[in-house]
Design a protein around this ligand. Sequence first.
Ligand SMILES: Cc1cc2nc3c(=O)[nH]c(=O)nc-3n(C[C@H](O)[C@H](O)[C@H](O)COP(=O)(O)O)c2cc1C
Length: 223
Amino acid sequence: MNVLHVCANPKPTEESVSKQLAAAFFGKLIELRPDVELVNTDLYDEKPPFYSYELYKSVWYPVFDETYTPSKAEEMAQNYAVKQAEAFNAADVVVLTMPMWNFSVPAIMKAWMDQILCPNLTFTGHPAEGVKPLHKVKSVVLLVASGGVYKEDDERDALSRQVRAAFGFIGIDSLEIVWADGQNALFNMDSDVRKEMAMEAAIETAEDIAELEIEAVAEAVAE
Ligand SMILES: Cc1cc2nc3c(=O)[nH]c(=O)nc-3n(C[C@H](O)[C@H](O)[C@H](O)COP(=O)(O)O)c2cc1C
């Protein structure tokens, strides 16, 4: 079982709710499957570049013009994306750890998504054929912490919608969300008791989802 963990949080674990969810998730996962092949990408250590014109040309021009040959500079603009896409394509499960910032994913996570969600890296895209996955990812697990509380379909939540839509676009329909909400009084007027309870519940859910992911991957392999 191959798992890719991508973390977008500059804080140390003891100060970060989402990183504590990740610690619970991977603690359980490794306890149950000590042989798991885990690749960790800390985006603050391996910072993604912003999407460039060179990257755009190198990945999209050949989709519409088979004869297009990217220049050396355009090829080089793919370096980060290619390395990250390889790790992504090899994974059975991808775990994304992040806080909610300004109602969406942290910019560094969005930059990583822009790098890997490119034609001929994680999917093939041709106008006549549509999108076909080049990866084998069975599900994405989202470990998120937020100050406020967002019920399902809350239109302020651009984070889970974006993650669901972006990975759904490349054929991943299974998104498991573990959400420690109500963690910041500025966004949530509830008491500290609510905060502690939400975090404890999310940690339990993280451990349960780890177990479910192991079962789901084992079932998929057996098929
Ligand atoms: C720059 C910044 C922006 C934030 N924006 C939001 C927001 O839009 N909505 C929200 O509910 N919480 C927001 N928060 C609060 C965090 O999501 C919350 O404190 C969360 O617990 C942080 O996760 P962490 O402890 O893993 O870093 C923001 C915090 C920061 C630092």
